[in-house]
Design a protein around this ligand. Structure first.
Ligand SMILES: Nc1nc2c(c(=O)[nH]1)N[C@H]1C(S)=C(S)[C@@H](COP(=O)(O)OP(=O)(O)OC[C@H]3O[C@@H](n4cnc5c(N)ncnc54)[C@H](O)[C@@H]3O)O[C@H]1N2
Ligand code: MOO
Length: 406
């Protein structure tokens, strides 16, 4: 056990090797309508106030606050989109939500509090100045920072950009990923299985995660279990991708060719990590014929190792290429364990389901945590981090990494 521990790199060292000299990709201008999930390449300053004019927050009557408590003739009508007439003192205006406040008015009374008879509105007393008025610039002030560079464009941010009249945004290009599946036993779903074969579960799982993290999967390819074929596939993938991800073939068997291919074509930065699952994970780089440094992440073949490896390594790598700080680390929270376990020299990333209640946050572990058991990932919403050489009992507090979107 001690010798295994000596040979294994801790995750911190692996993250440093993974992210060393990874810079943001170039940017591109795209329509706002296509920008959901993309990452802003530059800060956006507000060009205009939002709302752009004082307007009513209610359907009701606009007046000058000093005229409250009296009966006033209704001098005009302002619907949303109208240009209002100026209001004379001693009169009021019928106004609807979103309607521009007439010059001379400084408050709005909701219609439920007003009685109208023959064009005369009887208004309650004591209406504060500014009541039910949404002031120009209350949400956004022209010249202020609207969104920071590196913001991932989720729903509200897209709305914020549209609120400025912006219809084209400058975003980071999506990292291009080539996904190689090694293993002569692996076949595509839809084809009947021969003895000894299994279906490629890693491919759709990883394509989904990669796209969720903001990458574009430009190639999926099956790699034969031989040295020459592995080298060829790896070299060709590095010509068209920013990141090459492979699954399987990184362990110590004669049929494991990824590590040797990487060493032959480029540089193996790190292999064998002190993590469970994912011990034989390989990190490296290849300089392609366009002189671009392409990152290579060799995930172990076991599906759970691929799943956990994607969250721990591919997400921050893609985040660094997108210059998206929020993707550097998974959000961490503390939960009460409902299970017991103990670890050896490797840090264990256990698949857990967090439940949130008045009693706090509880982590429920899937019973079988073997790295071949993909069922353990299906309902998981977090990875509980059990440090090396430690014991956990029910009721203990555990750090959990939340498998958040993206
Ligand atoms: N003598 C040793 N053997 C192994 C060690 C070790 O230290 N010494 N480490 C074990 C650990 S831990 C892992 S993890 C695996 C990783 O091995 P590889 O990355 O070389 O992966 P393969 O052997 O190619 O595959 C492992 C397993 O996963 C299945 N697999 C592969 N690809 C897919 C796919 N696309 N979809 C579904 N399943 C896949 C494959 O059939 C194997 O069952 O090595 C241990 N061995
Ligand atoms: O490192 Mo392996 O993924 O434990 O089974």
């Amino acid at each position: 056990m001690a010798s295994e521990s000596n040979a294994l790199a801790p995750i911190k060292q692996a993250m440093q090797a993974l992210l060393h000299e990874v810079g943001p990709l170039i940017s591109e201008n795209i329509p706002l309508a296509d920008a959901a999930g993309r990452v802003l390449a530059e800060p956006v300053a507000a060009q205009m106030d939002v709302p752009p004019f004082d307007n009513s927050a209610m359907d009701g009557y606009a007046l000058h606050h000093a005229d409250a408590g009296s009966s006033l003739p209704i001098a005009s009508r302002v619907a949303a989109g109208d240009t209002p007439l100026a209001l004379e003192r001693g009169t009021c205006a019928r106004i609807f939500t979103g309607g521009a406040l007439p010059r001379g008015a400084d408050c709005v009374v909701m219609q439920e509090k007003v009685t109208v008879t023959d064009g005369i509105a009887t208004l309650p007393g004591d209406i504060p100045q500014g009541d039910n008025v949404r002031r120009r610039g209350r949400d956004v002030t022209a010249g202020n920072l609207l969104l920071e560079a590196g913001t991932r464009l989720e729903a509200a941010a897209l709305g914020h950009l549209a609120g400025q009249g912006i219809n084209v945004v400058n975003v980071r290009k999506k990292p291009r990923v080539a996904l190689l599946s090694t293993g002569d036993e692996i076949i595509d779903p839809g084809i009947p299985l021969a003895p000894g074969q299994i279906y490629n579960t890693n491919r759709p799982m990883l394509v989904s995660l990669l796209e969720r993290f903001g990458a574009e999967v430009v190639q999926t390819r099956h790699v034969p279990d031989d040295a020459q074929g592995t080298r060829t596939c790896l070299r060709e993938a590095a010509e068209i991708a920013d990141i090459v991800v492979s699954t399987g073939g990184v362990s110590v068997g004669e049929e494991d060719h990824v590590k040797a291919a990487l060493e032959a074509l480029g540089k193996l930065n790190l292999w064998r990590l002190a993590i469970r699952p994912g011990k034989p994970l390989a990190l490296g780089r290849i300089t392609n014929s366009h002189n671009q440094v392409v990152r290579v992440v060799g995930l172990p073949g076991n599906p759970v190792s691929g799943f956990v490896g994607a969250w721990l390594f591919l997400r921050p790598l893609i985040g660094a290429m997108l210059s998206c700080n929020a993707m550097a680390e998974l959000p961490s929270l503390w939960a009460t364990s409902d299970f017991s376990t103990s670890t050896g020299p490797r840090q264990h990333y256990m698949r857990v389901r967090l439940s949130f209640s008045r009693d706090g946050i509880h982590a429920h572990a899937f019973a079988d945590q073997n790295s071949g058991v993909l069922s353990s990932c299906v309902g998981a919403n977090a990875l509980a981090v059990v440090p090396p050489e430690s014991q956990i009992a029910p009721g203990d507090s555990l750090e959990c990494l939340w498998l958040t979107s993206p």
